[in-house]
Design a protein around this ligand. Sequence first.
Ligand code: M6R
Length: 608
Amino acid sequence: MCGIVGYVGKNKAQGFLLSGLRRLEYRGYDSAGIATVANDGTVTLIRAKGKIDNLEERLAENRRQDNVGIGHTRWATHGEPDEKNAHPHRAGDIYLVHNGIIENYKELKKALSGYEFASETDSEVLAALIDSFYGQGKYSLTDAVVQALKLVRGTYGIAVISGRSPEEIVVARSGSPLVIGVGHDETLIASDASALVGHTKRAIYLNDGEVAKLTSNSIEVRTLNSEPVSAKVEEIETNLAAIQKGGYEHFLLKEIMEQPKSLAETLRGRVNSKNHTVHLGGPELSEAELRKIKHLIIVGCGTAYHAGLLAGYYIEQFTPEITIETVIASEYRYRAAYIPKDSVALIVSQSGETADTLACLREIKKQGIKTIGIVNAIGSTIAREVDGGTYVHVGPEISVASTKAFTSQTIAMVMFGLTIAQAKGVKNVILKPYIDEIVKLPEEISRVLETAPQEVEKISKKYAKYEHSIYLGRDTAYPTAMEGALKLKEVSYVDANAYAFGELKHGPLALVDDRFFELAFLPKGPLYDKSISNVQEVMARGGHVVVVTNDDAFDMPVESVVKITTSIELFVPILMNLVSQLLAYYITIEKGYDVDQPRNLAKSVTVE
Ligand code: M6R
């Protein structure tokens, strides 16, 4: 969480810092701040509680010509979200922005004498620690940072400036991302490459344990042990259009509507619709290795976890003799789970930076298990640390609520399952229906998105008044219900929980009353009639039922129905999920909340 930016170069720093922070605002929006340093060493520090708009107002009163500076947008961990806890933090001659958590900050604070701490943050302690070395006069700024970091336990991406070295920024990372933009007579930094788009196409992704001294025309990277690193300059693929709203009022709606295109990108060059085969280059597993797989562990958080659950339901339908376990990363990292040697782990993450997912990846690798990333953000930490992987290529997902990533993560994992099945010699007649539907899916999504928004917008007005909801489904519609409930609660703050239809009678049915509405997913298929009976049980108890179904003939007297017209069958739950996404969007708009930046959340959860 938290977004970091920095600029050293020929232009005024404030311009890039502000625009960069706006692009990173999805990472946290509790407070923001900027510190710039003039050639004469004067440092100007401006901070504001709340969103970047508040900071911009302050900056308007204090325009600076300085060419060097750092900035931060915060997601609070230590200390409430107010101005005194906002970054940059100052201690003596040091100004610092920090993303991560310094776990031993209390010990360090006790050992630091002569500092009065203005905030409750761990980051201010780190600033003081660096200053305690820099103040001795025998260390360069980089060396002072290195000395301090050697004493630190925890995670960090940091950028440091000082009036005593007005032409440089020092950055370092361990566990929190940092990208260096290589420009002409300017060097930029950001927590992710989206902030650099439009400024430079060339980037260096700093690795854990590396520190860099940046000036307008030099970048010196080394390890904390002072070994020089020859950093690789990579191309930033994102373009400006991909990170703008493109005519939509909100990123969330844009990203929902983008799904036909984003899924097509996931499939590009990977499915052969003529001979019904799938080919994924990235996992780099030979046919023999694929054949040997007996267990699949799928690891993720939030939406990525739900995508893993849904993909697991599909993969076990067509892959024989394989067990699949989808796990929540924050739990799994502390479980003493034994992983059989003939396992492969799928590490699922849109951002590629989620701390818990990354921790699992590292734990699983320690056990000698092959890890395959299902990642969106190119060059992200997870993408770089897995043994192989498949990028989902959905482009930047900016709204905090994940939408297009879910669809593509699910299908990318199903495609991985298909490659295992192919290698294991599963008959084409079994796999063909899945492959045929995958090929059709972008068009089917497009068809649903032609009419569903208007329909869902209409019903959302009615259901926006409820404070509670229950999402229901079974089989592949169950993970879909879970994902729908997550979407609703995170953006509209409506209490939403998902249950498997079959579980209703074991407790949740007691909840049904006038304060709740129930969203029931009813895809046609073997469990359709059983699900209908469950809906009847809810109706008999006065439930306010909304049914989402692909059954044209559905005629039960429920309160509302959203019908999906489609020629596919297997992946109908993916189409139903579009309805959940739209419902969450329109209910939130009806309630007047900030749909792209819901309270208390951040897009990428880089702290535990
Ligand atoms: O970047 P990741 O896919 O690893 O993120 C995982 C979750 O934090 C994320 O899916 C979160 O649950 C979303 N806000 C849900 O919409």
